[in-house]
Design a protein around this ligand. Sequence first.
Ligand code: CA
Length: 224
Amino acid sequence: MRILIVEDDPNLLRQMQEALVDAGYVVDVATDGVEGHFLGDTEPYDAAILDLGLPELDGISVLKQWRESGREMPVLILTARGQWGEKVGGFDAGADDYVTKPFHMEEVLARVRALIRRSTGHASSELSCGPVTVDTSSSRVTVDGNLIKLTAQEFRLLSYMMHHQDKVCSRTELTEHIYDQDFDLDSNTIEVFIGRLRKKLGVPIINTKRGLGYQVTAPGEAAD
Ligand code: CA
């Protein structure tokens, strides 16, 4: 899962970036509204965290422009304490949720998880497919209840496909959602990760759709 953070306070930005990376997300950052708007408008994100008080272009304008150009990723806005008008303005501009500064990092993480879950149509924080379960709150993966150790990239790849179960995900799509903007896209890498994931999981939940990509489906269910 790939997240965009737009925040001009360097300390806060670094703290959020570290916490999200630790939680298994790939993170792009911007420190002003113009750069933030550009990234959100051109890169595929699974969620965005947007400060409202930003240099160059304010957060509400950034959000409005994203929504006007059809960008649908869930957006968590960061509002200043006591500024209730910011929350109203933020929701009217297309925000999905908010946190008030100062906040606990755990709250931001929980809200981001919930936003991604809801936007991909899941009610529970545990995503299951046959014997495989991904617990999105602890980043743990189990097969038949046994814990499986995955690398950060393998986890991101599995987590993305589990959030989008039954959907055929192209290699480009997978690459875009598990690497940040600085990564040189080479979709063959995905094939290698898929091979390792299949081996570690040991159960056939990842189908190859020739020429199209990959699809996570419960074993025994029709793969079309
Ligand atoms: Ca700010």
